[in-house]
Design a binder for this molecule. Structure first.
Ligand SMILES: [Zn+2]
Length: 565
């Protein structure tokens, strides 16, 4: 066993020992294993030159990837590849075999770690290795890319090309060979399609570097639906699965609307192509990538966990808005696969509700946010959830990212107001485009941004103490906020109340209390914490509700409501 091998064993052992209790899931182990691997990086991947041959009906997929690395010093390389793939061969530039072994590939991990003999390249120098692997239904353990007869798909969760956990953006070319009658829909610009023996080869080129979660691949029998012009200059391609009832026309229109909203709020994207592909995923799925969005199957898994029958068009619009937000957060600005899910998912999800308000109306968006994020957060808050910063996409409790994660960004929006909130997000994206950014970098940036904006007298920004305490409490901490409405006196024409805090956390500023009168009229009164408010009213108050629009992540909203006896 080499020295580095021992280090890896030790590091994983330490990580496993820190797993809290026997209930820790396999997915948590995956997150830990991935995090540990980052310490072992011995190179960075700067280019993929991928050739893929897929035969969906024959149930085979073969891959060859000429990977260019920049050496980060001596020592063996540790490269990660999805556990569903079987790595057959690693070779050097002259075609010589390079020794490799499966260092870690436990049954519970969605990826395997391969140790590759040290190429002995001086630090900072480029070198390349060719990886060849295959996937068949027999090799699949986690994500089956053979999604249905005639349809094949690989998304970011399959970790379907070699990764280095610490890598940044890379350049890429992808060639896909498919049998006659099939189309490949991949990220990048389609730069060529040629007929080859028994099928076609399509070539995709990335004009700008791509982050590790930015490449998806679909192969299937697709029908191209009418493309949609989206402002400005972007064209939405829509691909429907042949032989299936498809919602892709609607999804493409939603994508155009979401794209318009985000371009206005967050600035232009570096890519002009946007494909929307529907596939008959068993059980329902949805994947963002740099150029596209692949979705399909039964999307009811996205419905709020309640008894209401939700409009499937609304759920589809939400899905499209969320994945479109990932073009900015995850695509233009990269986010690591592990370590910052609260940022990539929480912010993308909150932005999706803002786009949805523009697309479907404020009330519709607010009711979905209430049912999908707010109410499940309140229910989950009783069960002592982990800190948001600890939760990963691989984890069993990942729904928290779309509940508390979404609400935290809503509270940030409340603190800053429309103008400063969007200015912050736009500025963050502008300053980090083309880089993989951690949640901590977002916190540092946001903190500096509001201090400078406040000092410059920007409208609505009054955060002289910065935002560090806010993120410490809400992202890294587990304490909660609980405001309550105390009605001191209620009469025929008056109401006296106080807003009090019963939780550990408070948010700055006044909060609204909506008062409903017997004659049907409503009024809103703003109140500071612990301030006694006495209202003289034109009619008898019958109902009062604190924070009626749910701007605060209030762990116990039951005590926010007063009803006349
Ligand atoms: Zn997402």
């Amino acid at each position: 066993m080499s020295g580095m091998g021992r280090t890896l064993t030790l590091a994983l052992a330490v990580a496993l020992a820190s797993v809290p209790g026997p209930g820790a899931s396999a997915r948590s182990l995956a997150s830990l294993g991935y995090t540990v691997l980052r310490w072992l990086d011995r190179a960075e991947i700067v280019r993929h030159d991928l050739s893929v041959e897929v035969d969906p009906a024959g149930l085979t997929a073969r891959f060859a990837d000429d990977v260019t690395f920049v050496s980060a010093g001596a020592g063996d390389l540790y490269v990660l590849l999805g556990a569903d793939a079987v790595l057959e061969r690693v070779s050097g530039p002259e075609g010589q075999d390079v020794a490799f072994s499966r260092a870690y590939g436990w049954l519970s991990l969605p990826f395997a770690v391969y140790r590759i003999a040290s190429p002995g390249i001086e630090r900072g120098r480029e070198f390349s290795l060719r990886f060849e692997w295959h996937v068949t239904p027999g090799t699949v353990r986690f994500v089956n890319p053979f999604v249905a007869l005639h349809f094949f798909h690989l998304g970011f969760d399959a970790l379907w090309y070699p990764h280095m956990p610490g890598e940044q953006f890379f350049h890429a070319d992808v060639r896909v060979t498919v049998p006659a009658g099939y189309r490949a829909i991949a990220d990048g610009e389609l730069v060529g399609r040629e007929t080859v023996d028994g099928g076609a080869r399509e070539r995709f080129h990335f004009r700008t570097p791509v982050p590790v979660m930015g490449m998806g691949l679909a192969v299937g029998r697709f029908r191209e639906a009418a493309a949609i012009e989206a402002a400005p200059g972007a064209v939405i391609e829509a691909w429907a699965p042949v032989g299936w009832i498809s919602s892709v026309d609607r999804a493409a229109r939603d994508a155009a609307a979401a794209l318009g909203f985000f371009q206005e709020k967050l600035g232009p994207l570096p890519v002009e192509r946007f494909y929307v592909a529907e596939l008959p995923f068993p059980g329902g799925a949805s994947y963002p990538s740099l150029y596209g969005l692949a979705y399909g199957g039964d999307l009811s898994f996205l419905e709020p966990p309640d008894e209401t029958r939700w409009d499937s068009d609304l759920i589809l619009a939400y899905l499209v808005a969320h994945e479109t937000a990932h073009k900015w957060l995850g695509g233009m600005v990269g986010t690591p696969v592990v370590g910052s899910a609260w940022l990539s998912e929480g912010l993308a999800d909150y932005l999706a509700y803002l786009a949805l308000a523009a697309m479907k109306g404020e009330e519709t968006s607010a009711s979905l946010l209430y049912a999908k994020a707010y109410r499940p957060y309140v229910e989950g808050a009783r069960g002592r959830p982990r800190a948001l910063s600890a939760v990963e996409l691989f984890d069993d409790d990942r729904d928290v990212l779309y509940q508390k994660g979404t609400l935290v960004f809503r509270m940030l929006h409340r603190r800053l107001g429309d103008e400063a909130f969007f200015a912050l997000i736009r500025s963050f994206i502008h300053h980090h485009a083309g880089r993989v950014v951690t949640g901590q970098e977002f916190i540092d940036f946001a903190d500096a941004f509001v201090r400078e904006a406040g000092a410059a007298g920007a409208a609505g920004v009054h955060e002289p103490a910065g935002l560090r305490a806010f993120f410490d409490q809400w992202i890294k901490g587990t304490q909660t906020l609980d405001y309550a409405l105390q009605v001191l006196e209620a009469g025929e024409a008056h109401l006296a109340f106080r807003v009090v805090s019963r939780g550990r956390l408070v948010e700055p500023g006044q909060v609204p209390v909506e008062v409903q009168l017997e004659n049907g009229a409503r009024l809103v009164q703003w109140a500071g914490l612990d301030e006694t408010v006495t209202l003289e009213l034109p009619a008898r108050p019958v109902l009062a509700r604190l924070d009626p629009d749910h701007w605060l992540a209030d762990a116990d909203p039951a005590n926010n409501v007063w009803q006349a006896p």
